[in-house]
Design a binder for this molecule. Structure first.
Ligand SMILES: [Zn+2]
Length: 258
């Protein structure tokens, strides 16, 4: 949806949200922040005493805010690198801006929104993973309920590709089909992470090796371009890789494709 956000916040606070507003309008004791994002599945709005830094990475306005300057300064180059590395592999970053809100808390990880990410760590791998969701989730959409592997296995795969940190191939023999609904895991969140993320990423890596890396990487970019701004299903991915029967066989054995 073409979305315009208007947020009124106390003047001392900073708003970090999808669409990357930079210059708020003063309104009495408040400031009014306005942003537009032309294609958004959902949005993030974070408000607080953020220390903010801005830069431009390959034409993308990158804003990083954290509740400490040290954390902000750690995260800035990490996200700049993530945009560059992922663009090189999957095609242009999908939005005009990326706004990072490092929120208090130390549980780790982060959560992705179109053109915005909320982080709970300074981890390089978490940052690459969440940035990869800008391609797999925010641009190439999917049902996170029915086919969560189409965003999570792909983000995990991208994260490991960027840092040359392959998933253990032993995940391929872990029980359970990769293409399963979230509901099917019940309360077993470990199983969800093991199958949807780890086994799914291991299957994509094995498929890449079987297909030949450079051909596979080109086809992956075609899949992204062909399914941009739509909701993809596993059959769309299968259609994109028909020229790689060995890779399809691996993904079928893993239960990712039918
Ligand atoms: Zn994820």
């Amino acid at each position: 949806m073409d979305t315009t956000l208007t947020v009124t916040a106390p003047a001392a606070d900073v708003v970090i949200m999808s669409g990357g507003p930079r210059t708020p309008r003063r309104d009495g004791a408040n400031r009014v922040w306005r942003a537009r994002i032309p294609a958004a599945r959902d949005v993030s709005v974070a408000v607080g005493p953020f220390h903010v830094s801005d830069t431009v990475v390959d034409g993308v306005a990158l804003r990083v805010g954290s509740y400490t300057t040290a954390s902000r300064n750690t995260l800035m180059p990490i996200f700049a690198r993530a945009i560059r590395e992922l663009s090189a592999r999957f095609g242009r970053y999908p939005f005009a801006s990326l706004s990072i809100a490092r929120v208090p808390g130390s549980q780790g990880g982060g959560i992705e929104y179109p053109a915005s990410i909320q982080m709970q760590s300074e981890s390089v791998t978490d940052a690459v993973h969440e940035t990869a969701h800008q391609w797999f989730y925010a641009m190439v959409g999917n049902s996170q309920a029915l086919h969560p592997w189409l965003d999570e296995a792909f983000a995990e795969y991208a994260e490991r590709l960027v840092d040359a940190r392959p998933e253990a191939a032993s995940w391929l023999s872990y029980r359970g089909d990769v293409d399963r609904s979230i509901e099917s895991y019940g309360t077993d969140s470990y199983d969800y992470f093991n199958v949807t993320y780890a086994k799914g990423a291991a299957a994509l890596e094995a498929a890449r090796t079987a297909a030949g890396r450079s051909g596979w990487d080109r086809v992956m970019r075609c899949y992204v371009a062909a399914n941009a701004w739509q909701i993809a299903v596993p059959a769309d991915f299968a259609r994109a890789i028909t020229q790689f029967p060995a890779a399809i066989a691996i993904l079928r054995r893993a239960g990712a494709l039918r």
